[in-house]
Write a protein that binds this ligand. Structure first.
Ligand SMILES: Cc1cc2nc3c(=O)[nH]c(=O)nc-3n(C[C@H](O)[C@H](O)[C@H](O)COP(=O)(O)OP(=O)(O)OC[C@H]3O[C@@H](n4cnc5c(N)ncnc54)[C@H](O)[C@@H]3O)c2cc1C
Length: 465
């Protein structure tokens, strides 16, 4: 009875997609999830909660209307942590329900408990009530994701000094906050809280941030953050974090500066959740950050019947890419051909403002020695931008001078994470600047920025030969 074609450990995006794919191919599948409900980090502490928080913050503050009504405009004067949580709980319930229904519909078995290896084909599962079960699987997909990195020198107290999982449980909105770590998670939360009128300081030992994003986009983004008084203390390290007797926190930097604040968010990295899997029993080993290495095309680990997908295999660590990885891994695991995904996938940073990007950055194009030209459009040049009262927002496209093909699209501003898909389609279909020049776009839309940027690039590039 406890024999499965595929056992999936973890029910986040990679596990969920992998399990459903194998079930649709007629396989007997079990998902093991140690959390209280299915969905993984993505549903409970990562993607969905942070994006719901962002949406609630933007709606309640009236952020999107401030271009017209001024910076003092608010939809709700006093916003509480309860206001934020209410929408979060409704969204999460809905996500979990959809997922449970998907599992039931596709006859995917699932069990709540912690899985660890007995050998490469056998897992032990300890359920919440202490019951122990053993399952055997032809193939195993490890989709265990990550957990926040919590170094010993940070005195986490679950109240004022928090990691990004705990941030979702706060009962009061802080008036001031220090965010340690200028990575994607740190920057998303820093800008969301800044939109809620929290005075935010971001600290990172690196002197630059979001290095994988086109530099011009990061410069525009940084300007916008500074313009609204967010403090970016880059190239400076937080040496000590303390809780003061009055309940406040203090952060001491390596240059001796001290910053006092009501809350500290430590968001400097995550670790692969492999420490409790007893990997040695399966002949596997994780790296120093708990990550597993896999064949990037098949997601097979060094043990042939064991696959790993999602954040546990490292970059890009996105829910979107994890789903695809899980699906491919499951297909290979049950012996069905899996096509390689298209070369370029979008990266979305749901900060305020949003950033989204697909393809090569200008820095990468230069590094590869490709002759290129750029086209730029500002959202305030579009009629839709005027209607929306936008005074910021930038879309940049990079084209090859030789082939006229689109090489990269980079956007900062309202709707960036949706708009990027137009560029992604053209990029993966190997389209040229002519696509943007010759096609008609709905008017008035922000997508018209593609037309404007296409014309800008084409004017500089001259007529096609
Ligand atoms: C704050 C934050 C914001 C994010 N925002 C975005 C975003 O906007 N867009 C985006 O694409 N991505 C975003 N991400 C990343 C996204 O959440 C992850 O890429 C995604 O959740 C990874 O999916 P996964 O399937 O690898 O595992 P996870 O979602 O991490 O799920 C792994 C599951 O495995 C379970 N598990 C672990 N070990 C065991 C065990 N031994 N036994 C049983 N179960 C186990 C865990 O309980 C967990 O439920 C964000 C992440 C964070 C933290």
């Amino acid at each position: 009875m406890n024999q499965y074609d595929l056992v999936v450990v973890g029910s986040g995006p990679a596990g969920r997609r992998g399990a459903i794919q194998a079930a649709k191919l007629g396989k007997k599948v079990l998902v093991v999830e140690q959390g209280k409900r299915v969905g993984g980090v993505s549903v409970h502490t990562g993607t969905i909660p942070s994006k719901t928080l962002r949406e609630t913050a933007l709606n309640l503050t009236g952020w999107r209307e401030r271009g017209f009504y001024g910076r003092a405009y608010r939809v709700k004067q006093e916003i509480s942590a309860d206001d934020l949580r209410r929408r979060l709980l409704i969204t999460l319930d809905h996500e979990v329900e959809v997922l449970e229904h998907q599992f039931a519909r596709n006859r995917v078995h699932n069990v709540r408990g912690k899985a660890s290896f007995l050998d490469p084909q056998r897992l032990e599962i300890i359920k919440d009530d202490g019951e122990r079960i053993e399952v055997t699987a032809t193939s195993i997909l490890l989709a265990v994701g990550t957990k926040p990195f919590r170094p010993d020198y940070i005195p986490f107290d679950h109240k004022a000094i928090l990691d990004s999982d705990e941030l979702l449980e706060i009962t009061d909105l802080p008036r001031s906050m220090v965010v340690i770590g200028a990575g994607v998670i740190g920057i998303e939360y820093a800008t969301i809280f800044s939109a809620l009128d929290t005075a935010v300081t971001v600290i990172d030992p690196k002197s630059t941030m979001l290095d994988f994003i086109d530099k011009e986009i990061v410069e525009d983004f940084t300007y916008q953050l500074r313009d609204r008084n967010m403090k970016l203390m880059l190239g400076q390290k937080a040496d000590k974090v303390e809780k003061l007797p009055d309940g406040k926190c203090s952060v001491t930097l390596d240059n001796g500066r001290v910053i006092n604040c009501e809350m500290v968010l430590f968001a400097a990295g995550r670790m692969g959740a492999t420490d409790t899997l007893n990997l040695a029993a399966a002949g596997l080993e994780a790296d120093s950050r708990g990550r597993l290495s896999v064949n990037p095309e098949t997601f097979q680990t060094t043990v042939p019947n064991i696959y790993a997908a999602g954040d546990v295999v490292g970059f890009p660590s996105l829910a979107s890419t994890s789903m695809e990885q899980g699906r491919i891994a499951a297909r290979v695991a049950v012996g069905v051909i899996a096509k390689e995904p298209p070369k370029y996938f979008p990266y979305g940073i749901y900060a305020v403002p949003e950033i989204s990007t697909c393809g090569l950055t200008e820095e990468e194009v230069k590094e590869r020695g490709i002759p290129y030209e750029c086209g730029i459009a500002r959202f305030r040049e579009t009629s839709r931008g005027h209607i929306m009262g936008l005074d910021s927002g930038l879309l940049k496209m990079i084209f090859s001078l030789k082939t006229r093909r689109l090489l990269g699209v980079h956007i900062v501003g309202e709707g960036a994470t949706e708009l990027v898909h137009i560029g992604q389609a053209v990029l993966n279909l190997k389209g040229t600047v002519e696509y943007f020049v010759e096609n008609t776009f709905n008017y008035p839309t922000l997508a018209e920025a593609y037309k404007i940027a296409g014309l800008d690039a084409s004017n500089r590039m001259g007529e096609p030969k």
